[in-house]
Design a binder for this molecule. Structure first.
Ligand SMILES: Cc1cc2nc3c(=O)[nH]c(=O)nc-3n(C[C@H](O)[C@H](O)[C@H](O)COP(=O)(O)OP(=O)(O)OC[C@H]3O[C@@H](n4cnc5c(N)ncnc54)[C@H](O)[C@@H]3O)c2cc1C
Length: 277
């Protein structure tokens, strides 16, 4: 089966099969504009790539605030982006074990001691709480090819506030991981720490620094009524011609079905390539 990696390989195969190239580790630093129409991008290396249309899959707030110069923006101004409400972030710990935990299902939710209070801490107070609720993912329960024989692969995620919490994740990450490992060992994964063979953490700081997500939010603009549907950044940019947005921050929203649907929407909103000839 191959997990979500199969989905990525499928999309790359589709793009390359049509004669296009995928360039990884290449950061776009600016969307270039001529006569109020996107005409290409500038890369962090300084290289300029010309294009008939530009489709941004980056965080929508980042696309407007950082990539499209302010003089072209009438709706998604810096002030509006600053006023926006952004989704929670995540602490994610990916780990492998040298034994199998056959009693652990593919999906497990471990609820902590508080419900409303924890949500208030995450969404309103933006406070990293002492307690947590966890989602534990064990893909090897379904697809054993994702780990060597006799081993298991996991990630566990804890919803946490985005970077407005002020948490210094460089210092907080390892103690937080240890607390989660203890909670798992004491509940459904006995002997966990002694069986770990690989470990990788992702914090709100990584969502910000590595994925360039505004405030380190994991799901873009929060999907409240006033930031949903027509109120979200449109797939066809409201600011300039020939700029299109896909991904979690635009319509319809976050999650794999949402972001793939946003790509399908493009089929309808991008005019036939002939018009640019
Ligand atoms: C641990 C975890 C578990 C999840 N589980 C599920 C699940 O079970 N089901 C589900 O439906 N959803 C799930 N989600 C949510 C889902 O993964 C996201 O909503 C989705 O991946 C967002 O897709 P995207 O294309 O908008 O953004 P991303 O996947 O973040 O892709 C954007 C890409 O653009 C790159 N980028 C950004 N800026 C630039 C730039 N300037 N130049 C070049 N590249 C740039 C980033 O590096 C990134 O690679 C999960 C998310 C996480 C973190």
């Amino acid at each position: 089966m191959g997990g979500t990696g199969s989905l990525v390989r499928g999309l790359v195969g589709l793009i390359e099969g049509q004669g296009s190239k995928v360039r990884c580790n290449t950061e776009v630093t600016e969307i270039l504009v001529q006569d109020r129409a996107a005409c290409g991008v500038r890369l962090s290396t300084g290289e300029v790539m010309h294009a008939d249309i530009v489709v941004s899959n980056a965080c929508a707030a980042f696309t407007y605030k950082t990539l499209l110069p302010a003089r072209y923006r009438r709706r998604w101004t810096d002030a509006k982006i600053a006023r926006g409400r952004y989704s929670m972030s995540l602490f994610v710990w990916y780990f492998g074990t040298k034994r199998r935990y056959d009693d652990v299902a593919h999906h497990t939710i471990l609820l902590g001691p508080r419900y409303k209070g924890l949500l208030r801490d995450i969404f309103q107070k933006k406070h990293l709480a002492e307690d947590f609720s966890l989602y534990l993912h064990r893909p090897t329960a379904t697809d054993t090819s994702l780990a060597p024989e006799g081993c298991d692969a996991f990630y566990v995620l804890s919803p946490v506030p985005h970077l407005d919490s002020g948490t210094d994740w460089r210092a907080a990450a390892e103690p937080y991981r240890r607390k989660i490992a203890r909670a798992l060992a004491q509940s459904i994964m006995p002997g966990l720490e002694e069986n770990i063979v690989s470990s990788h953490m992702m914090t709100p700081q990584d969502f910000s620094d590595r994925l360039l997500s505004h405030r380190g939010a994991a799901f873009g603009l929060e999907p409240i009524l006033t930031q949903s549907a027509w109120f979200r950044p449109h797939n066809e940019s409201e600011e300039i011609d020939r700029l299109y947005l896909v991904g979690a921050g635009t319509h319809p929203g976050a999650g794999l079905p949402g972001v793939l649907s946003s790509a399908r929407v493009l089929d309808r909103v991008v005019p036939d390539a002939k018009v640019f000839a």
